[in-house]
Design a protein around this ligand. Structure first.
Ligand code: ADP
Length: 599
């Protein structure tokens, strides 16, 4: 499939053509890379790279509309034909776009309504879509959202502690650069030859815009940008974190209005505000020449990134790899070194020579940590357009899920025990007695029960499910976790690293063990049903459950395909109560983005 990708900004248009191989591997190859920049007085600069050879010059296009309209002739002149789809980068998808979306008139209207959330970015993105729909009326146009990757961030990450009416008006953290963070995390996992679903990665994107993202077991957990791309790191012209108290202070002391303050925080701050230049190369040159303002800017820049790396390692309960990308992350060994200096305490150490001699050609992702350091440090070029092309192809290629009902089972709180904990609770050599078999083949509930204890209280008569497992796992609802007074994270079964400790009490003794989780909702499915419904192992879907006024659609439901599984969705008691479901309830798998309201 041949895909044209646009990334439109207010003063530039970047574009690329990608070929996506069909079948195994799905390799995506860039055929052409282009950019129109600095629209002014009916002209602009143009750069074009075809077959690895770059050319530049000027072109008679004075704005974004004229530039896009010129692309068909440009492609023809390069002998590039057969475009099958157009992909667009859309900065802000709000809370409702959690996956790529076909850009029809209805979807465009929904995105338009999000403009107040991203007044600096979305209008140019949308303008490009409208022009492209006129230029290629017969091709599917697909939007890929910068915010979508972060829809897995938990509420404690996305919520600002502000009045309810503000939160109801949409004030929350969204996060950006998602396409880049997703790409580099996948690239890093590949370089480490380990599954992304087993890694805790901190992705550090340092370009003109800059953000850090914590990716826990394949899902974005937190990123440093918030409601808008202004929060977080020091950037080229953006301030990053400032005390919101500054607004009142500036208004009272300098008589500045909201718009002036916003303009200054977005366009006159960051490296530019500190040194007069937004370009890190200039700033580094000046610092080397003894300029004190440039030296402070570099220290401040590195300190802020280092602080985020530490805080995200704490937030995820560990880190396996830090990945640098973006113009500064890719090209500035001295900045990488400043950021990593002082992180020895978390066993993150650079190798000076490897850091200095990074070669990123052919999408390489070299490791630059010191030999023996526990945390891998990787550098790689980001490839947002390539990632957009991949997502567009995957979106258009996906099989239509044939709706069919799925039985829903409500899991009460329960414990899976490992041998050591079983013996500590019930005595040496003890064997559990099977009470009833469960619907998943080979699983059963035991006669025995245990008590859970946390700092806030006890829960008695907790079921034990067999057979024994290599590691003890305790599954409770969010309500239970409050009753215990322990903050249990939402996790897929078996992903227990960094989970909190709870006390389990049995007739023979008590054990304090980690493994306390709120189970991520999931559907067990056998391969036959998965194929019939067009679903794959590891895929996230939305499932609509219940009828009438309590009907509820659950997002982020993980499909788990196992050879002998009984096809069944598992939710916990909180979720079941929220949907008001009773025995014999069924759910219906629907597309992730299709169930979401335009509202
Ligand atoms: P954008 O976010 O606009 O895509 P880039 O990812 O291209 O931006 O990053 C631009 C930044 O990268 C600029 O601050 C530039 O100075 C910096 N940069 C590029 N090359 C180097 C280098 N060799 N050393 C230090 N900084 C660099």
């Amino acid at each position: 499939m041949r895909i044209l990708v646009f990334n439109a900004g207010s003063s530039s248009l970047k574009f690329g053509v990608f070929d996506r191989a069909r079948g195994a591997g799905h390799e995506t190859r860039q055929v052409l890379k282009g950019a129109f920049a600095r629209f002014r007085d009916g002209a602009c600069e143009v750069t074009l790279t075809v077959d690895g050879k770059a050319r530049s010059g000027t072109a008679p296009h004075g704005d974004l509309t004229a530039a896009i309209a010129a692309v068909p002739a440009l492609l023809e002149a390069e002998g590039i034909a057969g475009i099958e789809a157009v992909g667009h980068r859309i900065a802000h998808g709000g809370a409702e776009f959690t996956a790529p979306a076909l850009l029809d008139a209805q979807t465009l209207a929904r995105i338009e309504r999000l403009t107040p959330l991203a007044p600096l970015h979305n209008p140019a993105n949308l303008q490009a879509v409208r022009v492209a729909r006129d230029v290629w009326p017969d091709l599917p146009q697909v939007g890929v959202f910068d915010t979508a990757f972060h829809h897995t961030n938990p509420p404690c990450v996305t919520t600002y502690a502000v009045p309810q009416s503000w939160r109801e008006a949409g004030l929350r953290r969204y996060g950006f650069h998602g396409t880049s963070h997703k790409y580099v995390a996948e690239r890093a996992a590949q370089a480490l030859a380990r599954p992304l679903s087993e890694l805790k990665i901190i992705s550090v994107h340092l370009g003109n815009g800059a953000s850090v993202c914590a990716i826990s077991l394949g899902r974005s957990f937190e990123s440093s940008m918030g409601l808008t791309p202004l929060e977080g790191l020091v950037m080229g012209t953006r301030s990053g974190d400032v005390d919101p108290g500054a607004f009142g202070y500036l208004q009272r002391q300098l008589g500045l209005g909201i718009e002036e303050i916003e303009q200054a925080l977005n366009h006159e701050s960051g490296l530019k505000g500190l040194t007069g230049s937004s370009d890190m190369r200039d700033v580094e040159d000046r610092a080397a020449g003894g300029d004190a303002a440039a030296q402070l800017a570099i220290n401040l820049y590195a300190h802020r990134v280092r602080k985020y790396i530490g805080s995200y390692a704490a937030g995820m309960g560990g880190v396996d790899a830090v990945v640098f990308t973006g113009g500064i992350g890719e090209n500035s060994p001295s900045m990488r070194r400043r950021i990593c200096d002082g992180l020895d305490f978390m066993e993150l150490r650079l190798d000076v020579d490897r850091n200095q001699s990074v070669d990123l050609s052919d999408r390489a992702a070299p490791q630059i940590q010191a030999y023996g350091a526990r945390v891998a440090v990787i550098v790689t070029e980001t490839a947002e357009q390539l990632q957009i092309a991949r997502e567009v192809a995957a979106h258009l290629d996906r099989p239509e899920a044939a709706p069919r009902p799925i039985p829903v089972a409500v899991s009460g709180r329960h414990v899976h025990l490992a041998q050591a904990e079983l013996e500590a609770l019930f005595g040496p050599g003890y064997a559990l007695r099977v009470k009833v078999p469960l619907r998943q083949p080979g699983n059963w509930a035991a006669e025995e029960r245990v008590t859970l204890e946390g700092p806030k209280g006890r829960i008695e008569h907790v079921a034990i499910l067999g057979p024994l497992r290599p590691r003890t796992q305790i599954e409770v609802s969010r309500t239970d976790s409050f009753a215990l007074g322990i903050d249990a994270p939402v996790r897929d079964s078996g992903h227990l690293d960094g989970t909190p400790v709870v006390r389990i009490i049995g007739p023979h003794g008590a054990v304090d063990t980690d493994g306390l989780i709120v189970a991520a909702r999931h559907v067990h499915m056998n391969p036959r049903d998965a194929e019939a419904m067009g679903l794959e192992d590891g895929q996230n879907v939305a499932v609509k459950i219940g009828q009438g006024e309590r009907a509820l659609t659950f997002g982020q439901v993980m499909i788990r395909v196992q050879p002998k599984a009984f096809t069944e969705m598992h939710i916990d008691t909180d979720e079941a109560n929220a949907a008001g479901i009773g025995p014999g309830c069924e759910g219906e798998v629907i597309e992730l983005e299709a169930h979401l309201d335009a509202g």
